[in-house]
Write a protein that binds this ligand. Structure first.
Ligand SMILES: Nc1ncnc2c1ncn2[C@@H]1O[C@H](COP(=O)(O)OS(=O)(=O)O)[C@@H](OP(=O)(O)O)[C@H]1O
Length: 775
């Protein structure tokens, strides 16, 4: 991004600004990298982070990037970040996160993959940082200390119960930086754990900036992100008014802050050093660039704002410095200056509105140019397929995308929000009924690392099966007997009227295959559109199986997925009982079904053809493998299944053929046979329970050993944590541990001399009182 402006010919009463010519030519050497637009900025508190956030707002706004925005101002903070915290992200992949959020590796890595995204944060010297946070948030109020320049000193020498302060829900009361960066307070005094966590953070963050070296940090960031100098220009935001920050901290107070915030001190020391290592390794031209940047920044500040500052109320009645824009600026400059000085909340409101508009436009576009589209279709042998996938994944402990409630709210199109929370790791398999929706499905299952598979069935049998199974005839007053389908088709059907029914199954009344695959019913009779959609599906799916050739389909799938033969063994599930299948369809009925479901017919024809082409391309060995598979499948079926009829109720009193397992099977075989016949419901229930207990294997998440990032700091656990000790310094040059009057009494650190004296007096008075009353 290069913003250029000159205003030599303009009437302006400020001389400095008149002379200014902001050069569009970058003075830095030509950039060979391309700009990074995928950034997670972990916004810590009171570190100049609002100034940096403003840089990101401007950059992302200009480039129309997608922000992970908070619904108000915080992204779920002080809770650890979760993927569902951002405001209406829907299925969009966010580019930038730059609002207060508490670091949580796994969900953050999920939304912002490490491979493509840069992780950046900022720290500040912990003494100034704590002072700023303490005063800004008026933290002393919890223990009755009024907010004045002395309040921090009083707090630090008052004898602090960390547990009590935490119970007041003041998360930043100790080690605010480490808190934001996700360390549990339980580790605050375990120096080994703190150091380990710092090493962990070092791997997690590409750049840790230091507020005291704001400009140096920004130039490093610019280089890391391959941005232009114009992209990192800023005006200092959120600065307290001078009388508020006037607290001159004595050496004692500074020492006490450091003792109280030891973890932050270690953190800061480490990253302060690493910043300077980074700067050194940048070479001499770093300083040239720094000087250019500072010069441009000064010029911009002079051009944008008046010298005197205004005050603006921000939080809890607190006032911070803000700016008055110069008058008479050219439009482009004025827009930039206005954005540079815009308060965070105003910016967020603007960005949320923009985001909503973008979502609305995209929804419209989608509907026009294909609501790109699912996996298992209805009545196509998909329950048997689901059993294969569930068995495969369950055995290998793979992660499934499970419906939050039932069927991913089918007939809705798939949305990530309809899935059970997926916060722990990337899922491996989605195989439940859901309506295809390209974007969210692609998002969870990236095309380059996933295989997309579905199954179709010839539309005549498929429609007949759906019609009878879902009792669609009954729904429209044609009963549920063998010729209700014929009556329905001959009666002259108004599709529009049918769709008015509230029963979701009505969506299967026409082109049920296309419906599951995501085509909007509006296009059912627009055959150009249907054909185009088929082409789209052809690109989306790696394999479209054909239920009519189930075994052939499975062998193709085995080859595509590089599976073993025992992985695709199956018994037919969910088959209708014989008296229900008996509808003999006359030629007329078949013809009418085809007319009514024309889109499905075109779909089936296309994929049936491509299916056989695929089989042909597999060569001779395919038929040999198919024969071997059939033999093995028959053998396993004979070994497992009793040869007597068994029925099970599945849907609204409907019966389906079930299976019973032979008795006295060897243990391993019995286990396999049982899994072979388990229903989708069984697997869903089991997998849900399993996923709740499942933890990501520690080897893959790269967390420090002493640190369990899943543990939540629920209030109950505060009570059981023993007080984190702190020895205040009363006057420096003492070895406080030896001479300090502070003693631990239960959970409290108290000034021993005073309290002991008071207690002695109280006991003495009480004794005198009892003596007096008894005499
Ligand atoms: N560029 C630059 N250089 C140095 N210092 C800066 C800069 N920008 C902001 N600040 C100071 O950062 C403090 C505000 O931090 P945040 O914006 O992170 O606060 S907040 O947590 O978002 O409320 C606040 O510090 P205090 O005034 O001490 O509170 C700001 O003065």
């Amino acid at each position: 991004m290069t913003i250029a402006w000159t205003w030599g010919d303009r009437n302006h009463d400020d001389n400095t600004a008149d002379k200014l010519v902001f050069s569009p030519t970058p003075t830095t050497p030509p950039v060979r990298c391309s700009p990074h637009n995928n950034i997670l900025f972990l916004k810590t508190h009171k570190t100049g982070s609002s100034t940096i956030a403003n840089i990101f707002y401007r950059y992302g706004d200009l480039k129309n990037l997608t922000f992970a925005l908070p619904s108000a101002t915080l992204l779920g903070w002080p809770n650890r970040f979760q993927v569902y915290f951002p405001f209406r992200l829907q299925d969009k992949t966010p580019d930038i996160l730059c609002n207060h959020a508490r670091f949580n590796k796994i969900p953050m890595n999920w939304l912002f993959p490490k491979a493509t995204c840069k992780y950046v944060t900022i720290l500040r010297n912990p003494v100034d940082n704590f002072e700023s946070a303490f005063r800004y948030m008026n933290m002393g109020r919890h223990i009755g200390i009024r907010d004045d320049p002395e309040s921090l000193k009083k707090f630090l020498t008052h004898g602090i119960s960390f547990i009590k302060m935490r119970q007041k829900a003041e998360p930043l009361i100790r080690n605010p930086l480490m808190f934001d960066l996700g360390l549990s307070f339980k580790h605050y005094q375990n120096i080994t754990a703190v150091k380990e966590y710092i090493r962990f953070l070092e791997k997690e963050f590409d750049l840790v900036m230091i507020m005291e070296y704001f400009d140096e940090s920004l130039v490093l960031m610019k280089r890391l992100l391959c941005w232009e100098i114009e992209d990192i220009l800023y005006l200092k935001l959120n600065e307290r008014q001078d009388e508020e920050k006037g607290t001159t901290l004595t050496a004692d107070v500074r020492e006490n802050i450091k003792r109280w915030n030891k973890a932050d001190v270690l953190l800061f020391e480490y990253f302060n050093q690493s910043l300077w290592f980074k700067i050194e390794s940048e070479g001499e031209n770093f300083y040239e660039e720094l000087a250019t940047f500072r010069k441009r920044r000064r010029e911009l500040q002079n051009a944008c704002v008046e010298n005197e500052t205004r005050l603006e109320t921000v939080y809890n009645g607190k006032k911070v410095k803000s700016y008055s824009l110069r008058k008479g600026m050219p439009k482009e400059l004025k827009t930039l200056c206005e954005k540079l000085t815009r308060a965070s909340n105003t910016y967020l409101r603007y960005l949320r509105k923009k985001h909503e508009e973008k979502l609305a436009n995209e929804l419209d576009e989608d509907e026009e140019s294909w609501n790109l589209s699912t996996d298992l279709t209805h009545k196509t042998g998909s329950s048997t397929m689901a059993n294969i996938f569930f068995r495969y994944g369950d055995f290998r402990n793979l992660a499934f995308v499970l419906p939050r409630y039932i069927l991913f709210e089918w007939p809705q199109r798939f949305q990530t929000s309809l899935a059970a929370p997926l916060q722990t790791r990337r899922p491996n398999i989605l195989c439940s009924h859901t309506r295809f929706n390209k974007k969210p499905i692609n998002w969870i299952f990236p095309k380059d690392s996933s295989k997309y598979i579905t199954i179709l069935r010839n539309p005549v049998d498929n429609f007949e099966s759906a019609f009878r199974y879902m009792k669609l005839g009954e729904m429209f007053g044609f009963g549920n007997h063998p010729n209700s389908l014929q009556k329905f088709l001959e009666n002259g059907v108004s599709f529009a009227n049918m769709l008015k029914r509230h029963n979701p199954l009505v969506n299967l009344i026409r082109n049920p295959l296309m419906f599951d695959l995501g085509l909007s019913f509006k296009y059912y009779q627009n055959f150009t559109a249907v054909k185009e959609y088929i082409q789209f599906l052809d690109k989306e799916f790696d394999l479209v199986m054909i239920a009519d050739y189930f075994d052939e389909s499975l062998v193709l799938m085995k080859r595509l997925l590089c599976w073993e033969m025992h992985d695709i063994l199956y018994v037919k599930l969910n088959a209708r009982v014989d008296n229900e299948t008996g509808t003999i369809l006359t030629e007329d009925v078949r013809e009418n079904i085809k007319r009514w479901n024309k889109a499905d017919v075109l779909l089936f024809e296309h994929f049936n053809k491509s299916f056989w082409e695929k089989v042909k391309n597999e060569g001779e060995s395919f038929n040999e493998e198919l024969a071997a598979f059939r033999q093995k499948n028959t053998a396993i079926k004979q070994a497992c299944i009793e040869n007597k009829p068994h029925f099970q109720t599945i849907y609204e009193g409907k019966l389906a053929k079930g299976h019973s397992i032979r008795e006295k099977l060897p243990r391993k075989l019995r286990m396999f046979c049982e899994k072979l016949i388990k229903s989708e419901e069984y697997y869903l229930k089991n997998l849900r329970e399993k996923s709740q207990h499942q933890r990501t294997p520690s080897s893959s998440i790269d967390l420090p050993q002493n640190y369990n990032e899943h543990e939540e700091e629920d209030k109950k656990s505060w009570d059981t944590t023993k007080e984190l000790s702190y020895f205040p310094v009363l006057t420096l040059n003492h070895d406080t541990r030896e001479t300090s009057p502070w003693r631990r009494v239960g959970n409290l650190w108290i000034k021993w001399g005073h309290r002991a004296e008071r207690m002695r007096k109280r006991r003495y008075k009480a004794r005198r009182r009892t003596k007096r009353s008894s005499s």
